[in-house]
Design a protein around this ligand. Structure first.
Ligand SMILES: Cc1cc2nc3c(=O)[nH]c(=O)nc-3n(C[C@H](O)[C@H](O)[C@H](O)COP(=O)(O)OP(=O)(O)OC[C@H]3O[C@@H](n4cnc5c(N)ncnc54)[C@H](O)[C@@H]3O)c2cc1C
Length: 393
């Protein structure tokens, strides 16, 4: 009898499985998900069946115990088939990482991780708020504690797959009299909150993320409040992890665009045997930029895994690491638009059409969302401020 398959050790085999899911499920439904701006239920169910929702949960709780570089590779593969499904997976993974990194001391959250593995639960995030916009480091709403119970109401203009999530991690002030930047992270659970719709989600891209706005009114046990300040969770986990997994799935979208362009160039080349079409030169250029994009993501993912394995939380507070993380987000979000644009030039009208097998319309619409997910200008301004005092490496 052969030894049981361990995804962490035989990671290539796991990636092949993810490609299979991508081809047989994500790609099949991607156009319909996009056209109807509907939740990609088939994709998420297939990921559940493959136990991918607990890929980052340590093995001691029954998860795969993958590192962020490996989770990033899964996001990259998923991104090649359906940007919205890949984005949902990446956003779920960011929330899982917040729990895995910050609350393994809590019996409540250790049990939660076991539940997440057993039921393949899906976690969403509510950081953006009416009144603070995309400023992650300030909240209007506050958690109120009464004995063992908390209550929390947040007006969230964007919660991706909010209606389909089992849990939502919500940022808020730690108390009604706390300043806007003294925040905690609270896990609210299905059945313990009501969500009154504030807005729908009819956007240019990432339409399947179903990121409508809601007023969330929740209550629960105080153990659901992650101990420690949210600023630590953001600096050590949410900030670097988000930009790595987002950069990874954006790379996947860019790879698919370049693959479309490659198929188009091959078809052109067959028409004039012996001649290299001009579009092949453009393809070579696009491929070079794609390689740079992917290398940037891999380098930061490795650096992050390495820092985590050395258990040096203080490294995440250093300006150098934060600036590099921000630079990764800035460059990946810009390169995605650049690469899809290059692929469009190669495919010409066939890429521009909605009804062509070379269509790049969805890729391009998704691509423009990347710069807005934490607005690039906000990030540039933060880097500008840090660079004024950072002495360099
Ligand atoms: C596909 C998608 C899914 C998302 N999913 C979620 C989710 O699940 N949960 C969630 O909480 N959020 C989510 N978001 C929200 C997102 O991450 C942003 O935080 C949010 O879109 C910001 O909204 P905004 O652009 O209106 O606001 P802002 O970020 O406030 O930007 C508005 C404008 O103000 C400018 N600006 C404001 N303040 C500054 C500043 N200090 N420095 C420089 N410029 C500034 C910006 O440059 C920009 O021009 C999602 C967004 C997208 C696109």
């Amino acid at each position: 009898m052969s030894a049981p398959y361990k995804p962490k050790e035989d990671f290539d085999r796991l990636l092949r499985e993810v490609h299979e899911i991508g081809k047989s499920v994500l790609r099949v439904h991607a156009a319909d998900v996009d056209a109807k701006a509907r939740f990609p239920e088939e994709s998420i169910n297939a990921m559940r069946e493959a136990r991918l929702l607990s890929a980052y949960v340590p093995e001691e709780y029954g998860g795969m115990g993958l590192n962020v570089a490996q989770v990033g590779k899964i996001c990259e593969v998923l991104g090649q088939y359906c940007g919205s499904s890949a984005m949902i997976y990446a956003m779920h993974k960011i929330q899982v990482a917040c729990v895995v990194h910050h609350v393994q001391d809590s019996e409540y959250f250790r049990n939660y991780l076991r539940e997440l593995v057993a039921d393949q639960r899906l976690m969403a995030s509510a950081t953006t708020e009416i009144g603070t916009g995309g400023d992650l480091r300030s909240s209007v709403c506050a958690v109120e504690i009464d004995g063992e119970t908390f209550s929390l109401t947040k007006k969230a203009p964007v919660i991706s797959y909010g209606e389909h999530a089992d849990e939502i991690l919500v940022t808020c002030r730690r108390a009604p009299d706390a300043p806007a930047n003294e925040q905690v992270h609270v896990m609210v659970r299905k059945g313990e909150y009501t969500a009154v719709p504030l807005s729908n989600w009819d956007t240019m891209g990432f339409r399947g993320t179903c990121s409508s706005g809601f007023e969330l009114t929740s209550s629960g046990h105080v153990q659901q409040i992650l101990p420690g300040p949210f600023s630590d969770i953001l600096g050590q986990t949410m900030h670097p992890y988000s930009h790595i997994v987002w950069g990874s799935l954006w790379s996947g979208i860019a790879m698919d665009a370049v693959n479309n362009a490659r198929a188009f160039v091959r078809a052109e080349a067959r028409k004039t045997p012996g001649e290299t079409p001009i579009s092949a030169i453009r393809l070579a250029e696009a491929d070079k930029v794609l390689q740079e994009m992917r290398h940037n993501v891999t380098a930061l993912a490795r650096e992050y895994d390495e820092l985590r394995s050395r258990n040096c939380a203080s490294a995440f507070e250093e300006f150098g690491f934060s600036i590099r993380t921000n630079n990764l987000k800035l460059s990946c979000s810009q390169l995605l638009v650049d690469i899809v644009g290059r692929a469009m030039l190669i495919c010409g009208i066939s890429g521009y059409r909605n009804d062509s097998k070379f269509s790049l319309a969805r890729h391009l619409r998704d691509a423009y969302g990347a710069a807005l997910m934490v607005n690039n200008d906000r990030i540039l301004k933060l880097n500008a401020t840090m660079l004024m005092v950072h002495k360099g490496e």
